[in-house]
Design a protein around this ligand. Structure first.
Ligand code: GLN
Length: 196
């Protein structure tokens, strides 16, 4: 099967997401014509089965989503969405920050920078519900947590400050950065959930 995946390429760790999804598509046995493309404008979403919302600065990414006319196209996008860190903030219903127009695709409240500033970044081996092969080595960089999750949001992993991984149907939101660590199990699980 040839699959096209988009990575929102307005700000943040875009190339790492492209590399990780390219490897994950190969790992899922997808066809050689499968592609991972940068999404900057609504037309770039055409034909995509999934979209990655990268880590970065959620206030900046939110502003650029609006500027590029992508807010409604992402909200109504029919494919899967794989959101990491700043992406998780954008997926929420409430980020308690007026500069961020959240997409509201997952019923959850997020606490941005819940672990403190850049120097409080850390790595941890965390158990993820339903993930075979042992704990996931997760990299947290100025990470958010989910402090409240509502209807349909399935919690996958929690640390002392709150929820750090969640799924809702075709959406996955992670407070950490699986695109940085080389472990593709979460990417592959996300693709499998989509029937890819
Ligand atoms: N704290 C950042 C924000 O809220 C996210 C950090 C990241 O994506 N690594 O935008």
């Amino acid at each position: 099967m040839d699959v096209k995946i988009g990575v929102l390429a307005l700000q943040g760790d875009v190339s790492e997401h492209i590399d990780a999804f390219s490897a994950a598509l190969a790992g899922r046995g997808c066809g050689k014509a499968s592609t991972v493309v940068e999404v900057r404008n609504p037309v770039d979403l055409d034909g995509c089965s999934a979209l990655a919302l990268p880590g970065g600065e959620s206030t900046t990414i939110s502003r650029l989503i609006e500027r590029n006319g992508l807010y409604e196209p992402i909200r109504t996008f029919k494919g899967g969405i794989f959101a990491t860190c700043a992406g998780m903030v954008l997926m929420a219903t409430d980020a308690a920050d007026p500069r961020i127009h959240t997409l509201g695709l997952m019923d959850m409240t997020v606490d941005r920078n819940a672990f403190g500033r850049q120097k409080e970044s850390f790595e941890a081996d965390i158990p993820v519900i339903g993930l075979d092969g042992g704990p996931f080595h997760a990299i947290f960089i100025r990470a958010p947590v989910v402090t409240a999750a509502g209807a349909g949001v399935h919690v996958l992993a929690t640390l002392d400050r709150g929820i750090v991984a969640a799924e809702k149907g075709r959406y996955m939101a992670l407070a950490f950065h699986p695109e940085l660590g080389g472990d593709l199990r979460l990417h592959e699980r996300f693709l499998k959930n989509l029937g890819i």
